[in-house]
Design a protein around this ligand. Structure first.
Ligand code: ADP
Ligand code: MG
Length: 406
């Protein structure tokens, strides 16, 4: 799942300081999280209490990970993946809860979000076995291998039974909860904090690029609300032009935030980017011209963190105009916000979301700083499914190819 080497998360939250409680010392666990800006009833919580809460969260996340980690030999997911057709696998409460939610998300996204893609992720070299090699250039797998993996990648082949067991229609189907697990974990950790400190807790709880912003922003810049910084997915080629960050979403409160991008787990081959998000319809890495998506989900929605995580992944697996329409419908139904950045270095803002470019944000927080904008805001009505890769994106692709020795 989420290894510490990927701690360069896609989302960095403005906070006074971070207390990072990572599980690096416990070698068998990979998940990292941070708990910061922790207030109860408007008062900052003591370092001792915060450390105790962090420790309880670490235990909870380890328990979840031990159930759902696809690469952990004895996990529920590993046992489901190894099972024969029809075999009933008894699973833990977290596995069952995530799979139940995944059924809903699979329907809601028209199958774009699918947790049954482990065979395809493995074929394309993005499973944890390939850790350290994700950026190595490689040719596409042969079409017959892709077709064979697609035939074993249907989430409808996973059956949840009322007695808490799980079975499969075909033995070869394998699941991977990587597109929703960290969001689910962020929800679970937020719930733990709410149980421990009560309703008046304000805090930022992040599991890699998935955060739950509990309550309201306290401390510095509180009037802006919580700010989610969307990392610039092209920072390696724009580093000279001021701060590396891309966009800023301000005014957030009591919301979950998730970002997916093609930056870290991806490679360049033959002039194009292949990323770890697989389009279930084609069996290939997503190719809709999207390079980063951030989604915010109000915590009034159930499983807000898991939803934000799944929604931010799903938008990579639909034509751009469909993805924008999907987010617009979720904005209406659930009050979500979305910021979609595309390969022509444009960004689209959907729903309840105040997304600012760097110049606008700097004007609010440090008026003397002069910085260039990197992405240009585009109108949703002007979006086209054919995203034109422009010269700056081509430069980025060349840079990544040269860096990885293609
Ligand atoms: P990250 O894990 O880097 O935060 P995402 O939340 O976008 O990124 O999840 C991507 C991961 O989800 C992949 O690495 C893979 O494990 C899994 N995955 C890939 N494609 C899909 C998809 N179409 N639907 C659901 N999960 C996916
Ligand atoms: Mg996701």
């Amino acid at each position: 799942m989420c290894r510490m080497s990927r701690a360069a998360a896609c989302l960095v939250l403005a906070a006074v300081f971070f207390l990072t409680a990572c599980a690096a010392s416990q070698a068998e666990y990979y998940v990292g999280f941070s708990l910061s800006s922790l207030y109860v009833g408007g008062e900052a919580v003591s370092a001792r209490e915060r450390a105790a809460a962090s420790s309880a969260i670490a235990d909870l996340l380890h328990e979840i990970e031990s159930q759902i980690g696809a690469d952990r030999e004895d996990s529920d997911v590993a046992r489901i993946n190894a099972a024969d057709a029809g075999e009933r696998i008894a699973v833990g409460e977290h596995t069952y809860a995530i799979l139940t939610l995944c059924k809903e998300l699979f329907e809601e996204t028209g199958g774009a979000f699918s947790p049954a893609l482990y065979n395809l992720s493995e074929l394309w070299g993005f499973t944890p076995d390939f850790e350290g090699q994700y950026s190595v250039p490689r040719a596409e797998p042969p079409a017959d291998q892709i077709a064979a993996a697609v035939a074993l990648s249907d989430f409808d082949d996973i059956i949840l039974h009322e007695d808490g067991t799980v079975s499969k229609r075909q033995a070869g189907v394998r699941i991977d909860l990587g597109g929703v697990a960290k969001g689910y974990m962020s929800d679970a950790a937020a719930q733990l904090l709410a149980e421990r400190f009560g309703d008046s807790v304000d805090a930022i709880l992040s599991v890699m690029s998935n955060s739950v912003l509990m309550g309201h922003k306290r401390g510095s810049n509180a009037s802006l609300g919580y700010t989610a910084t969307i990392e610039n997915p092209r920072a390696v080629v724009t580093a000279g032009s001021g701060a590396s960050q891309g966009l800023f979403v301000i005014g957030l409160s009591d919301a979950a935030v998730s970002t997916s991008a093609d930056t870290y787990r991806s490679y360049v081959y033959d002039g194009r980017i292949y990323s770890h998000i697989i389009d279930p319809a084609t069996g290939k890495p997503s190719a809709n011209g999207v390079i980063s998506i951030m989604v915010t989900v109000p915590r009034t929605a159930s499983n807000a963190g898991a939803r934000a995580d799944a929604y931010s992944t799903a938008g990579f697996c639909m034509p751009l105009t469909d993805a924008l329409a999907f987010y617009a419908s979720l904005a209406e139904e659930r009050g979500i916000g979305a910021v979609v950045i595309t390969a022509d270095w444009s960004y689209y803002v959907v729903g309840d979301c105040t997304a600012l470019n760097r110049t606008e944000y700097a004007a609010l927080v440090s008026p003397d700083t002069v910085i260039e904008d990197i992405f240009e805001r585009a109108e949703i009505a002007d979006a086209r499914d054919e995203v034109v890769v422009d010269a700056r994106e081509e430069e980025y692709i060349r840079f990544v190819a040269e860096r990885s020795g293609e």
